[in-house]
Design a protein around this ligand. Sequence first.
Ligand SMILES: CC(C)(COP(=O)(O)OP(=O)(O)OC[C@H]1O[C@@H](n2cnc3c(N)ncnc32)[C@H](O)[C@@H]1OP(=O)(O)O)[C@@H](O)C(=O)NCCC(=O)NCCS
Length: 159
Amino acid sequence: MTIEIRELDYTNFSEVRDFLIGHEYTWRDSDPSTFQPKSEEKRDESATKFMERKESDPEREGGIIAYDGSRMIGSHRLEVWNIDHEKACHIHGLWVDPEYRGRGIALEMKKLGEKWAMEHGCKIMDSNVKVSNENMITLNEKMGYTVARFNYRKRLDCK
Ligand SMILES: CC(C)(COP(=O)(O)OP(=O)(O)OC[C@H]1O[C@@H](n2cnc3c(N)ncnc32)[C@H](O)[C@@H]1OP(=O)(O)O)[C@@H](O)C(=O)NCCC(=O)NCCS
């Protein structure tokens, strides 16, 4: 088994499509109660739009992908934006195929994500994690991430 972890080929439609499916699975596996899979047509459309955005604004969005042969087994989605007047890299998603977890693949993808962010002039990495996602909290803390803000919610008693 040869696992390849690298930056996404933004010009390759099927790779971009795989990457976005992996991104969908971030939501499927971290919050199954709210997950709604995209249709195949919608996946095609999303990949086309991603490639168009990349062409018109090459510095803004990035991706790291992991393959085992032709099987996509990991996806890490990034976007450059501003936080407190500083250039920052927001992490939109990180997913590793359940069969491949616990082997350091997410750690490696996050390292490449940070490299990508630095190459794009970012001074901060930024991400949101559910309080119930212990694996991701542990991984972030292991890599030196600290809590920057709390997100308060209250369920309302309405019909
Ligand atoms: C979170 C996730 C990306 C981790 O992927 P992974 O490839 O298994 O992670 P790694 O093997 O690189 O683990 C790196 C470190 O993360 C922490 N970690 C990851 N999985 C863990 C687990 N099941 N239990 C405890 N710690 C864990 C550990 O510190 C681990 O280092 P160690 O192996 O030296 O202890 C994967 O579980 C996943 O895809 N989850 C569903 C999607 C998700 O929740 N994404 C994040 C949304 S914010």
